[in-house]
Design a binder for this molecule. Structure first.
Ligand SMILES: *Cc1c(COP(=O)(O)O)cnc(C)c1O
Length: 472
């Protein structure tokens, strides 16, 4: 149970898929890629993606549910993943005009795509309408614009209505998205029928995507939607699909005890009871107030026993108010159940590798390891990416263990790749690699920027013992 290193820093050992180990043994191949494309590079593999799709499918099949998986491609920019989803018979959730156009130009038919973009301009809507891509509508102004396109083209436009305003224990779950679920059946009857204001919009189904990761919130939302679907049926509106969005938790870490002990050590460092484990004693959301720790960690929950398809199963077996389990109610309603996983389909599907450029000390005598990358290339809404990176020396070394901070290329004092202090079994040397595992979902792409005119990292795929560019 050694959860600490020699210099007493808590470890957070990541889960590593076998393809990563196979790939990392190909030193010449990776060195060549770093030489050609520069540092960092993102290396992907579609095998874990396909495994993840199958895991979700196995649960739908276990409960005999009509279903479809829409891969939320905004979590990663590579075109190879939507392609893999389509090849497996599944579909794609697009969140922008370019995400949509790229999928269409691959030859993916409109009926295997939806668009949930948070902002939908006329160009996006027209593209969707042209290829019969169902549009997930979020507000009245969108409906007006879609109606005008319908009048102009004479087409009936398939729409799915996004709902929210769900309540748990008397409290409304905040959302900027969606129409109030309580009135949705009446709203649809009053607006979407024949001779109504939005008569060019053809109702197909309901949709929600909730913030956070609570399976209970999702179950409660499904129950409310099923009530609305019943009411809609009485009004003569048939619901073909019910979409519960994404937000399925991923487990990144091997050991629960390491996850727990990390926070124990972090709090103890904040209270000055041990040496710092984060840069400038950053609390990652915790603060000290009058000698006590307050606040909550502002980080993704990287350790999760209930993850991916297990979350889906927990939702489907949930009973609202002691009634039948959700899977039974969904099955009886005959709607197609849809999910839109982003992060969870990308679990284990990509890594980021950067080259070490320098070692130095800062004014506080901290060891800094400079890597050729910047912090936007490993960044999500989580305050830190709480997985140990892997140090790969390019040649055998005999130097002693060391610990320090990984710093990047933007000219800011706060330019840390990871806020955690990292321990290395040998001191990294110039030219060594630092590998960040499991970065495909959001980490590598979501916030990447080109400040200082640095080019974005190249996206490669590890295929048949070779590294090829995305899309090739
Ligand atoms: C972001 C998003 C998703 C994907 O969420 P994950 O947490 O990556 O599973 C799905 N649907 C919608 C509408 C989204 O905005």
């Amino acid at each position: 149970m050694n959860s600490k290193t020699a210099d007493d820093l808590p470890k957070l050992t990541p889960i590593i898929h076998p393809w990563v180990n196979r790939c990392l043994r190909q030193k010449k191949l990776i060195n060549r890629a770093l030489r050609i494309y520069g540092s960092p590079i993102n290396i992907h593999n579609t095998i874990p993606f396909e495994e993840n799709v199958r895991k979700f499918k196995s649960i739908f099949e276990k409960y005999g549910l009509k279903h479809r998986i829409y891969f939320a491609r905004k979590a990663n920019k590579c075109i190879s993943f939507p392609k893999a989803a389509y090849t497996m018979g599944e579909a794609i959730d697009t969140a922008s005009l370019r995400e949509l156009s790229q999928c269409l130009s691959l030859g993916i038919p409109g009926r295997k795509i939806i668009t949930t973009a948070a902002v939908k301009n006329q160009k996006l809507l027209k593209t969707a309408v042209n290829d019969s891509v169902p549009i997930v509508v979020d507000n009245d102004d969108e409906c007006l614009l879609i109606q005008s396109i319908g009048e102009e083209t004479g087409l009936e436009i398939p729409v799915i209505i996004r709902v929210s305003h769900f309540v748990q224990n008397g409290e409304k779950l905040y959302s900027r998205f969606g129409f109030p679920v309580d009135h949705i059946a009446d709203w649809i009857r009053m607006n979407l029928g024949e001779n109504q204001k939005y008569n060019k919009l053809s109702y197909r189904g309901l949709h929600f995507h909730l913030n956070g990761y609570s399976f209970e919130h999702r179950a409660i939302a499904l129950c409310r939607c099923l009530d609305a679907i019943k009411q809609l049926k009485a009004y003569g509106f048939e619901t073909k699909s019910l979409d519960m969005g994404g937000g399925f938790l991923v487990n990144y870490l091997l050991h629960k005890y390491q996850w727990d002990s990390f926070f124990t050590e972090l709090k103890s460092a904040l209270l000055g009871k041990r040496s710092q484990i984060t840069f400038a004693n950053d609390g990652l959301g915790y603060r000290v107030y009058k000698g006590n720790i307050i606040g909550e960690p502002n980080v993704y929950p990287f350790y999760n026993e209930l993850n991916k398809e297990k979350v889906l199963e927990a939702i489907l077996t949930y009973q609202c108010n002691g009634g039948s389990p959700l899977w039974k109610r969904i099955s009886d309603s005959q709607v197609e159940l849809r999910i839109e996983p982003g992060r969870s389909l990308l679990d284990q599907a990509g890594i980021t590798i950067a080259r070490v450029c320098f070692r130095k000390k800062d004014t506080e005598d901290n060891l800094l390891i400079g890597v050729e990358m910047n912090r936007t290339q490993l960044r999500s809404s989580s305050a830190d990416f709480l997985l140990d990176p892997i140090h790969i020396p390019i040649e055998k070394t005999s130097s002693h263990p060391s610990s320090g901070y990984l710093v990047g290329a933007y000219c800011l004092e706060q330019e840390l790749i990871l806020k955690r202090k990292i321990s290395f079994s040998t001191l990294p040397k110039v030219g060594d690699w630092i590998v960040f595992p499991n970065t495909a979902g959001y980490m590598m792409h979501f916030y990447e920027s080109e400040a200082h005119l640095f080019e974005l990292a190249t996206n490669l795929f590890y295929k048949e013992n070779d590294l090829v560019k995305d899309g090739s």
